[in-house]
Design a protein. Sequence first.
Length: 146
Amino acid sequence: MKKILVLYYSRSGNTEKMAKAVAEGAQSTSGIGVELNFHIDVSDLNDYDAILIGAPTYRKEIPVDFKNLFEEAEKQNINLKGKIGAAFGSYGWSGEAPKLVLDLMQKFEMLLTEPPILAKYAPDQAAIESCKNLGKRISESLINQA
Ligand SMILES: Cc1cc2nc3c(=O)[nH]c(=O)nc-3n(C[C@H](O)[C@H](O)[C@H](O)COP(=O)(O)O)c2cc1C
């Protein structure tokens, strides 16, 4: 079974709401495994066909856990080439993090789903729907790949 990881960081719950909506959208397609988590061991990245990362922007940066994750993946030669990648996140005024996540994914030659989804502070209903659609689109594309 193809598997999707929805990995997120969230301090005040805004990106978490987005992550839950992405996972819900992904689960609407039967026959795809979906895991929603805020931590992953780098070697477990191998298990997933799509990696969707929720990254809020703090101090114009991506959360350090994700920086470390990709650094470690590079050190350990984890092959992410050809896996689907996407990013989303809440922000307040500049919102760099999701784009920075996509830049990292691109270095690993992942297949990027663009543009990233951004929500200013708490996601409104339109942002939640965009997140659900993102999850749904990606799980449908995995079904079509199978
Ligand atoms: C200390 C601090 C630094 C922040 N830095 C930025 C920033 O550089 N750019 C930005 O767009 N938002 C910034 N924000 C706003 C957060 O991205 C925003 O509150 C977001 O909703 C947090 O998402 P979360 O609830 O998923 O953690 C900052 C917030 C705090 C508390």
